[in-house]
Design a protein around this ligand. Structure first.
Ligand SMILES: [Zn+2]
Ligand SMILES: [Zn+2]
Length: 343
């Protein structure tokens, strides 16, 4: 079968790989749609030594996907061929301290589809049956491919302990920033301000319900202070992963407010801890999702959150290597690109 594999920095290639065989307890999923994740683009474009180049992660990426069950391994009950599913890419061990306390996203023994195991930039992929979550019908296969990143967004708001009515500042209008916006609206946030340099993304954030979309070149924190009558936001979510936007988050947050780090920082960032003390700021990291994955699926399938305005276009496996080039050459060109490996 066909798959797209990482062949080194800035090199993705279409390959023929063996058809996956379901082991006991596994199912094979015929991939309908797989989202191209910013972290995949980051790995593709990075010159840093990577887990994938080192062979710890296998070469086929793709962890945001839906599909239909095409084969059942021994001992799998509760699924039939053709069932539509969205796949939870994490593979927590279920045994460790973190798994037992419900923080499955922090399990150190995770396997993970698209990481240690073959991902979904392929026609088919084998996963453990417990990773597959049922969809009511095939009509939601497209939208539900955004379950994974929406789960990330909901988890980061939970890490920031968002309360109804609070002002939220979101730094970055990429897919995670905009999904955070949709999730914050759903959770009855008060004013939501998005900062984003690209005009097209500022427009989209306003269409999706942001109250203000500001250009960080005009000093985001000054604008946030103006919008909040000088107070500052209650919660800031950093969705970019660079120093400038983290600076904006710290400077935009009121005394006693919270900052969540959702962007993947490639470089260390220094914080003036005296300011942290004086402002009584809380900074929280956020990683993946626990129960929020299922919550995200339900919100998408029920229509409570409409993620479809974030889907920019569809590509085939054949066109995926050039899409990686395009997406890294112009980060603002698209929001979420979905790969449709089976046409
Ligand atoms: Zn992702
Ligand atoms: Zn574990």
């Amino acid at each position: 079968m066909k798959a797209v594999a990482f062949a080194g920095p800035r090199k993705m290639e279409l390959r023929d790989i063996p058809e996956p065989q379901p082991a006991a307890g596994e199912v094979v999923v015929q991939v309908a749609y797989c989202g191209v994740c910013g972290s995949d683009l980051h790995e593709f474009a990075s010159d840093m030594p990577s887990m994938r180049a080192a062979g710890v992660f296998q070469p086929v990426m793709g962890h945001e996907f839906t599909g239909t069950i095409s084969a059942l391994g021994e001992g799998v009950n509760g699924f039939s061929i053709g069932d539509p599913v969205v796949v939870h890419p994490g593979g927590p061990c279920g045994e460790c301290y973190f798994c037992k306390s419900g923080a499955v996203n922090l399990c150190a023994e995770q396997t993970g589809t698209g990481y240690r195991e073959q991902g979904a930039y392929a026609e088919r992929v084998a996963v453990r049956a417990k990773q597959a979550l049922r969809l009511s019908d095939t009509s939601s296969l497209e939208r539900a491919a955004l379950t994974e990143p929406l789960g990330v967004a909901i988890h980061s708001l939970n890490r920031g302990v968002l309360r109804a009515g609070e002002t939220v500042f979101i730094a970055g209008g990429g897919p995670i920033g905009l999904l955070t916006l949709l999730a914050a609206k759903h959770k009855d946030a008060g004013k939501i301000v998005v900062s984003e340099p690209a005009a097209s993304r500022r427009e989209l954030s306003l269409r999706l319900g942001a109250h203000h979309a500001v250009d960080p070149a005009q000093v985001a924190s000054v604008q946030v202070r103006e919008i909040t009558g000088g107070l500052g936001c209650d919660l800031a979510v950093e969705c970019v992963g660079i120093a400038a936007t983290m600076d904006d988050c710290l400077a935009s947050t009121r005394r006693g407010g919270r900052i969540v780090v959702a962007g993947a920082f490639e470089h260390p960032y220094s914080v003036n801890l005296l300011n942290l003390l004086l402002q009584e700021h809380s900074i929280a990291g956020t990683f993946g999702y626990a129960s929020e994955f299922e919550e995200a699926r339900d919100l998408i399938v029920s229509g409570a959150i409409d993620v479809s305005p974030l889907i920019s276009r569809f590509v085939s496996l054949h066109d995926l290597p050039s899409a990686f080039e395009e997406l890294t050459a112009d980060r603002n060109r698209d929001q979420k690109v979905l790969v449709a490996p089976n046409g």
